[in-house]
Design a protein around this ligand. Structure first.
Ligand code: SAH
Ligand code: SF4
Ligand code: F3S
Length: 432
């Protein structure tokens, strides 16, 4: 039987979908197929912002017809939105044709839920997200030559705007030995890029092993792979971590360090627990130790009460911290979070205008930094072939995507790209 998974949201969720695929494949759904041909369709949802939810709602709703015409088709909805307070009820009401609703801590229950579905019209299973995380689920990986490895689940930071701690539960660190075993197996299987995942990797701890110690051990695993990690919360980004990055040539000198805002007052309202100055000190500490290090970030505009001056501080932070790229968002109130209760909502047109100006500012920085690549050689790990462009592509260590022509299939290989052109975050060139 055939399955199709639709994923929304972050890397964490993409990896979670690989775990869902692993479970489905062990339950008789042994082939991935396009949506129209699937016997089961799973929506792995996100609720980080309202538009992520609207997107999922739209796509689930659009299945009504297919569900009528394909007898026996099972539609399942899981992930962060399914876990969100009240959303399972809303899903049930809006989409009576949905067969299974499962939460963020119910993945390993899926075979059971599928069996129950044979006798019940609809199955809903949600655990309290504060319950300890599930671990040890065998993922069916689809990202070769890249592999994701969880090191923590959940989050304890409670940034005032963010729903993740509520839908993913308290932070739990995996055992260091389990992580090392997983990474060794992936390296032995020929994966060439490994990304350690956690909402805040820097708060990882297993007994004596904290994140710098873990990273040091993972980077020492035998194999030909690059190592990345995300996300780093600036408050916990430490000198010891930078020392480990510096020590191992296989750890990419690229740090995703979400700043969120350049204004101290907004950072404090966001409960980020660092100031602009402290953030810039961490940036300087990294760049002093590793001059070629690059920093990417996440930024939010239109947080409640944000003034034009405070927004301008975010713009100036972009230039001061010299970000190579950024994910930028308009603040979206999430029910149940502290910020959703705050007065002083910013009108949508004001927030959108700030976003447009911020994007222009970041793009300008991205362009300037990428242009420096022209004439240089970049080491690219080829990920795939883009049939539309007729080009192979893959990332260089500092995160830019390199595009090139090749006579032979080089997916999964490290290649040397002589860069002839740079557009935004993309590089174009020829193989050396
Ligand atoms: N754990 C990571 C990021 C998780 S969510 C971290 O702490 O950085 C990814 C990004 O979504 C956040 O960095 C933030 O910029 C954005 N985000 C989270 N909640 C949001 C909200 N309510 N509105 C707009 N953007 C939000
Ligand atoms: Fe959300 Fe903050 Fe946790 Fe990141 S660190 S997941 S933004 S609460
Ligand atoms: Fe990720 Fe969205 Fe959940 S960003 S953790 S999938 S709310």
């Amino acid at each position: 039987m055939k399955y199709h998974i639709v994923t929304y949201g972050c890397q964490m969720n993409l990896h979670e979908s690989e775990k869902i695929a692993g479970i489905l494949r062990a339950s008789g759904y042994d082939e991935e197929a396009p949506l129209e041909e699937a016997d089961i369709i799973v929506f792995n949802t996100c609720c980080i912002r309202e538009n992520a939810e609207n997107h999922a709602f739209g796509n689930i709703g659009a299945l009504k017809k297919l569900k009528k015409s394909r007898r026996g088709l099972i539609v399942a909805v899981g992930g962060c939105m399914a876990q969100e307070a009240g959303k399972a009820q809303l899903l049930k009401e809006k989409f009576p044709f949905v067969d299974i609703i499962f939460g963020t801590h119910n993945l390993s229950e899926l075979p059971d839920l599928l069996a129950r579905k044979k006798n019940e019209r609809r199955v809903v299973s949600l655990y309290d997200a504060r319950r300890g995380a599930e671990d040890g689920i065998q993922a069916y990986r689809t990202g070769y030559p890249n592999a994701w490895v969880n090191i923590t689940y959940g989050c304890n930071n409670f940034c005032s705007y963010c729903i993740v701690p509520y839908v993913r539960g308290r932070e739990v660190s995996r055992r260091a030995d389990d992580i090392l075993r997983e990474v060794s197996a992936l390296a032995a299987q020929g994966y060439h890029e490994i990304t350690l995942l956690g909402q805040n990797v820097n708060s990882y701890r297993d007994g004596e092993v904290d994140f710098p110690a873990l990273l040091d051990r993972v980077a020492s695993v035998e194999g030909n792979f690059r190592l990345r990690f995300m996300t780093s919360h600036p408050k916990d980004f430490s000198e010891r971590l930078v020392e480990v990055v510096q020590k191992h040539p296989n750890i990419c000198n690229l740090v995703h360090l979400p700043a969120q805002s350049g204004s101290d007052r907004i950072l404090s309202l966001m409960n980020r627990r660092y100031t602009r100055e402290q953030y810039l000190q961490k940036v300087a500490m990294l760049r002093t130790a590793i001059p070629d290090a690059e920093i990417t970030t996440d930024l939010i505009v239109g947080f409640p009460t944000e003034t034009e001056e405070e927004f301008l501080q975010t713009l100036s932070l972009v230039r001061e911290a010299d970000f190579s790229s950024a994910f930028m968002f308009v603040y979206s109130p999430r029910t149940g979070t502290k910020a959703a209760e705050m007065q002083g909502r910013i009108p949508e047109e004001v927030a959108k205008d700030r976003l447009t100006r911020l994007i222009a500012c970041v793009n300008e920085n991205t362009r300037k930094k990428s242009e420096r690549y022209v004439g240089r050689t970049a080491e690219v790990l080829c990920e795939d072939y883009d049939a539309k462009k007729g080009l192979y592509f893959g990332r260089e260590p500092l995160g830019r995507m390199g595009y090139f022509r090749s006579e032979t299939n080089c997916v999964g290989q490290f290649v040397r790209l002589k860069v002839t052109d740079a557009r935004g975050i993309s590089l174009y060139g020829e193989l050396e």
